[in-house]
Design a protein around this ligand. Structure first.
Ligand SMILES: CC(C)(COP(=O)(O)OP(=O)(O)OC[C@H]1O[C@@H](n2cnc3c(N)ncnc32)[C@H](O)[C@@H]1OP(=O)(O)O)[C@@H](O)C(=O)NCCC(=O)NCCS
Length: 204
């Protein structure tokens, strides 16, 4: 397989680019909250969608509120197969990932991991203590990917997109990777306590 090249690109070269944000999902994390006598009970449980959840949106990649972000693309030969955009927020030593997209025909071939590796490398170089990102309870594939990358759940907003997010099973989650003390997430790549190295990873 052709190796993956990660290359920094200027925002000027991407100005006006409309980035499709698409995924299909067969499962989600059902959020339930309940006020108890002395607090709240909050649960997130993985459940199947009755009908495949299909997300189809398009967003401008370069936009003013992403400030002084850096953008890297993944290429295989001449084909662009993924992009990541992140920004260092010095005041709380945090790198925020604004965008991460891999073309459908490149999924599960290590492209997302290679882009995330670049982000982790930059975060360390910038002196960040963590990397943070927004995802949704409906995007269980992305959640699986982030868990595999050593991210964990750090927050949630029950009404970020609409006032019915919980009922719509699309709740905003914040996930973080803590630099220096992120322990490897429980991964399906570990069987019987022994690490399994998928073929595409061995080549990276
Ligand atoms: C999420 C996304 C970036 C993952 O990129 P990718 O290049 O497919 O990921 P990788 O090949 O590096 O996967 C690494 C590991 O993550 C996990 N993983 C990735 N995709 C997964 C999926 N669909 N289901 C379950 N686990 C998954 C696996 O453990 C995988 O290792 P394996 O393939 O050896 O089992 C990609 O699916 C994508 O762009 N999705 C659409 C856009 C999106 O949802 N972006 C995130 C917005 S929050």
């Amino acid at each position: 397989m052709v190796s993956i090249r990660i290359r920094k690109v200027s925002k000027r070269s991407l100005a006006g680019l409309q980035q499709p944000f698409e995924y299909d999902s067969d499962s989600h994390y059902k959020v339930t909250t309940q006020k108890t006598g002395d607090g709240w009970a909050i649960n997130l449980n993985r459940r199947p969608f009755q009908k495949t959840f299909k997300k189809r949106e398009v967003w401008p990649l370069v936009i003013f509120y992403k400030g002084s972000s850096e953008i890297y693309v993944a290429e295989r030969g001449k084909k662009r197969c993924g992009v990541i955009q992140f920004e260092f927020e010095a005041w709380h030593k945090t790198v925020r990932i604004w965008d991460l997209y891999v073309s459908r025909d490149c999924h599960r071939t290590g492209v997302g991991s290679a882009l995330m590796e670049k982000c982790k490398e930059r975060a360390r170089a910038l002196g960040a203590r963590r990397i943070i990102l927004e995802t949704q309870t409906s995007n269980s594939n992305a959640i699986d990917f982030y868990l595999d990358q050593g991210f964990d759940l750090v927050g949630m907003d029950l009404t970020n997109y609409t006032n019915e997010d919980a009922a719509r099973n699309e709740v905003r989650l914040e996930m973080a990777y803590h630099i220096g003390n992120s322990k490897p997430a429980p991964s399906k790549n570990v069987e019987n306590g022994k690490a399994r190295t998928p073929k595409h990873r061995a080549k990276r």
